[in-house]
Design a protein around this ligand. Sequence first.
Ligand SMILES: Cc1cc2nc3c(=O)[nH]c(=O)nc-3n(C[C@H](O)[C@H](O)[C@H](O)COP(=O)(O)O)c2cc1C
Length: 311
Amino acid sequence: MTRKFPALSSKALLSPMAGVTDVAFRAVAKSAGAGLTCTEFVSATALVRASEKTQHLLEVHPSETPVAVQLFGSNIADVIDAARQVQDSFDIIDINCGCPAYKVIKTGAGSELLKDPQKIAHIVNELVSHVTKPVTVKIRIGIEESQLNAVEVAKLVEQAGASAIAVHGRTQSQGYSGKADWSVISQVKQAVNIPVIGNGDVFTVADFAQRIEQSGVDYILIARGAIGNPLVFRQIVEFEKTGTFSPISSQEHFESFFSYLSLAKHYDIPVSVIKNQAMYWTKGVVGGSKIRQQLASAKTIEDCEKIIRTI
Ligand SMILES: Cc1cc2nc3c(=O)[nH]c(=O)nc-3n(C[C@H](O)[C@H](O)[C@H](O)COP(=O)(O)O)c2cc1C
């Protein structure tokens, strides 16, 4: 039985990013108009072992509706246990089959699962029968250029009961280099009836409009384009409603950082993470490199705030 993927307010969704999409960042992206937010990936095995660090990753802001949790793991029992543990707090359970990081793939999880499409289908099948929420999968287009299997995986997970599939148009061996291959994403869209969420190299409203139009995907996940720039969602929503959009003023840009900062304090986000976020917000700002040097030696949240206020 396939559960329905929820209706979303925008076709632009915030892609999960470890170390970036903390609860405070997601709340800012949500208020800018992101159609869906998702936790960064959470180890199913760590969750089952009740690791405290993992609990922190599961915090959700009240504005995040609907909200997804992303789990990774290769041990099916752990993935199911973890999903059952968290399902009451989330609207969607997403399984990461795309992470190319060595520490993840060496355990057989993330994009390594693409080597065994039947196992992915089995995980989805088991999850669908053990949890009450829609199950989705985020994949890459294959392990390498000569082994593209996104269409095969998409068909299998659809049959297994997945409610949607997200496809990042790179291979495992590409990591983050080269370009996302949107022609494969379009093939996936044509091959299945569940919603397809395209992902890769969408940084601007123009990229978004072009990819939606050419690939026909139902939604687009934006990752790097939202780092230090959650207002990209404000621009896309404006574009979706009116066909046009206004630039982000410097004031609006930094106001979004101060919103982040106040939420980050509330949720006890570590200073090291806040410092990184502050640095991302100064990308492309006049004098940004000097400000980033100052931020590098900031010790407290107040230091970060003072430095950003000097801009
Ligand atoms: C810093 C960083 C952390 C990421 N962490 C995750 C993650 O936890 N889960 C996931 O599915 N993808 C993760 N990704 C991949 C992104 O969600 C996305 O698939 C990829 O960056 C391509 O989209 P983009 O071209 O819009 O950046 C991460 C990417 C970056 C840059």
